[in-house]
Write a protein that binds this ligand. Structure first.
Ligand code: MLT
Length: 264
């Protein structure tokens, strides 16, 4: 489905009924990241999965996209759908956006899910690396990034044993336009540190980490949980960065356990 928000066409899926759960994809993916979660949860809640600005089937002008801009798009979508409050969560970059929502629109949260993500901003080296990558996509396209990221987002076991997951991940990355990739790289490079807001989050928080995640190690998740008054950590053993794709059954059980009490 498509709606006009903040000057762009925002595409999203909306399935099921009950307590609203909004899940935000990571980089460089789209709403299809959540296919398994939608199938598993749509009989238990209302699950909404947008394509963030520029990704999937959502439009965007070519420019840096801040985490606050993605957050404003999600809140504008909530307004259009007349949803006052939702459980909002995201994986990695989707988590950065969820934290921007927690900071700027805390009243819109029923609960928060921070999956394979962190609250700290980029280091100078990470920032420079994002700008170098962005520059390279201007003349080389994004295929080099797809190759480079594939080995980083999936753990060794998934790469060796789950060809369907490998192909699904690869295809999703290949579909994303260069403009979306560059917009998000600049937005992530310049994102602010949100560690200082963690202690102020009043709603229940579910933090999910992959034991074999090398991009955002378990350590970062433990640090966040320590700061938040109502947070709970789940570590998925046989998983890298894309826990929801690598271990969908376990991931869905964890999500359901968190979401169901909001509906009762
Ligand atoms: C993601 O999965 O969204 C990215 O790994 C986030 C990042 O590059 O910081």
């Amino acid at each position: 489905m498509k709606v006009e928000v903040n000057g762009i066409e925002l595409n999203y899926d909306d399935q099921g009924e009950g307590v609203p759960l909004i899940l935000l994809h990571g980089f460089p993916f789209d709403r299809n990241l959540w296919y398994d979660q939608v199938q598993a949860l749509k009989d238990h809640c209302r699950i909404i999965t947008p394509d963030l600005r520029g990704f999937g089937e959502s439009g965007a002008p070519e420019e840096p996209v801040s985490m606050s801009q993605y957050a404003a798009d999600v809140v504008a979508l909530m307004d259009l759908l007349k949803i006052d409050q939702a459980i909002i969560g995201g994986l990695s970059m989707g988590g950065y956006v969820s934290l921007a929502i927690a900071e700027q629109y805390p009243e819109r949260l029923l609960g928060l899910i921070l999956s394979n993500t962190k609250a700290a901003k980029d280091t100078a080296a990470q920032r420079q690396n994002r700008y170098n990558t962005s520059e390279k996509t201007n003349y080389d396209g994004t295929e080099f990034l797809v190759k480079d990221l594939l080995e980083k987002v999936l753990c060794e076991e998934t790469l060796a044993e789950k060809q369907d997951v490998v192909e699904y991940t690869q295809q999703m990355m290949r579909r994303q336009p260069g403009s979306a990739v560059r917009g998000a790289l600049a937005g992530m490079a310049e994102r602010k540190d949100r560690e200082f807001i963690l202690s102020e989050i009043e709603v229940p928080v579910l933090v999910i980490a992959g034991m074999k995640d090398t991009l955002i190690p378990v350590f970062d998740s433990k640090m966040m949980v320590r700061e938040m008054p109502h947070a709970h950590l789940e570590i998925i053993d046989e998983s890298g960065h894309l826990s929801n794709l690598e271990q969908p059954d376990l991931y869905n059980k964890i999500l359901l356990r968190f979401v169901l009490p909001f509906g009762s």
